[in-house]
Design a protein around this ligand. Structure first.
Ligand code: AKG
Ligand code: FE2
Length: 409
């Protein structure tokens, strides 16, 4: 806490808004940091159902090694019979596949932990083992729901809850075809190797979401390999608002119809990375988007925009009205106190748990900045100016954020 005196140059800067060079074209980024500053690019493909595409989450090399690891197991042909009208497509899925325990094979284990660290809102240990699917030419996965029918999967659903989320890792892409299509919401994407697509299979009350119908489009050339984690509800109660076992009202729609196939040929969605679509996925936790602006990479200096709700801010200001602000003294090593000439401000120190409004602020910070252990911080230091300046009184939810970015909400 070395202090240097204000000089002319620094005073001048006080009058301007400066952003250095690093943040210039970065308005909205997803920011994670523990020891290094790492950016995770996350694209919202759809709000309802909630579908995210994480770009380059798994390193290409790890993806490649995982493919070799899976291939060494000589994937069996998985043919699951389904109810379908078209005889020539008499199967739900034409792919080679296998199950792999999360942590049994070294590369899949690394990938598993890699995902778990990055997707903190989901407890991936509740997932079924890795489902590896390798689609050769003519391979496909007909439109289906991942949500299980509780009647026909009684044991699994009763013990582990239903498949509330799907995490699909793309390990290899087909030369042609093989996109992932969500026909009911007009999304057809071709994620890159190392991309991870995550979606929720339920609506907020826990029922299956009919809009999540999806498929792997027929492969035209090459081989597509994906690894899926179907994440179950039990054990997620603290991070997801809806974790009931849910009802499945949409079972059995496992066929290709012409319309769906037409969609496959039309990669309607441009998945090239766009900064304006970046938000922090962490905040799936409370369905709150937090905008993080990087001011400087080194030292790491960021602004979390709109982190608190308006109510939080107003409640906080309310308790501050009843605090005594005074010019604070600095304590010498020998215990004597003095007024510092380096700070001219009134302040007070409060213990967060003593005030619900302060505790709520504290908890938000704790949840939304998980990479810092704020348990070890000093008590909240409040001053009238810092409260007003650092907390913009706007409420940000997914929908307002998306609207601001020109996306339908
Ligand atoms: O491979 C794909 O694109 C879809 C895979 C899928 O639907 C699943 O694993 O549940
Ligand atoms: Fe699926």
């Amino acid at each position: 806490d070395e202090v240097i005196e204000f000089n002319e140059k620094i005073w001048e800067k006080c009058g301007k808004e400066l952003r250095g060079d690093s943040g210039k074209d970065v308005n909205l980024v997803c920011f994670r940091s523990s020891k290094h500053l790492l950016i995770q690019k996350v694209e919202i493909l759809s709000l309802r159902p909630f579908i995210l595409q994480y770009h380059n989450m798994v390193h290409r090399r790890l993806a490649k090694r995982s493919v070799l690891e899976a291939e060494a197991l000589q994937l069996e042909q998985l043919r699951i019979s389904g109810k379908t009208e078209t005889p020539e497509k008499s199967q739900v899925r034409a792919a080679n596949g296998t199950w792999l325990i999360h942590t049994k094979r070294p590369n899949f284990a690394r990938m598993f932990w890699n995902l778990q660290v990055n997707i903190r809102a989901l407890d991936l240990s509740t997932a079924e083992p890795w489902q590896i699917l390798s689609y050769n030419s003519e391979g496909y996965y007909a439109p289906h729901y991942d949500f299980l029918n509780p009647e026909t999967n009684k044991v699994l659903v009763e013990s582990r809850g239903n498949r509330i989320a799907t995490v699909l890792v793309i390990l290899q892409i087909a030369k042609k075809g093989g996109t992932t299509v969500f026909p009911k919401i007009n999304i057809n994407i071709r994620p890159k190797i190392g991309d991870v697509v995550v979606w929720l299979n339920t609506v907020p009350d826990g029922e299956s979401d009919s809009q999540t119908l999806h498929a792997a489009c027929p492969i035209k050339e090459g081989t597509k390999i994906g690894a899926t984690l179907w994440v179950h509800a039990n054990g997620q109660e603290f991070s997801l608002p809806y974790t009931s076992n849910g009802k499945d009202s949409f079972e059995g729609e496992e066929y290709w119809d012409e319309q769906y196939l037409d969609l496959c040929d039309n990669v309607a969605k441009d998945t090239t990375w766009q900064w304006r679509r970046a938000v922090c996925f962490e905040y799936l936790i409370s369905f709150q988007a937090v905008k993080v602006e990087v001011i400087s990479w080194s030292p790491g200096l960021v602004i979390y925009r709109d982190m608190f709700t308006k109510k939080q801010v107003l409640d906080y200001i309310e308790i501050m009205k009843h605090q005594d602000f005074e010019e604070q003294q600095v304590v010498n090593d020998d215990g004597t106190e003095y007024y510092s000439k380096y700070r001219k401000a009134n302040g007070t120190q409060i213990i967060a748990p003593d005030f619900p409004a302060a505790l709520s602020i504290w908890k938000t910070v704790k949840i939304l900045i998980p990479t810092l252990n704020i348990e070890s911080s000093e008590d909240i230091v409040a001053s009238p100016t810092s409260v007003v300046v650092t907390m913009p009184p706007t409420m940000t939810s997914w929908s307002t954020l998306l609207k601001k970015n020109g996306m339908a909400g």
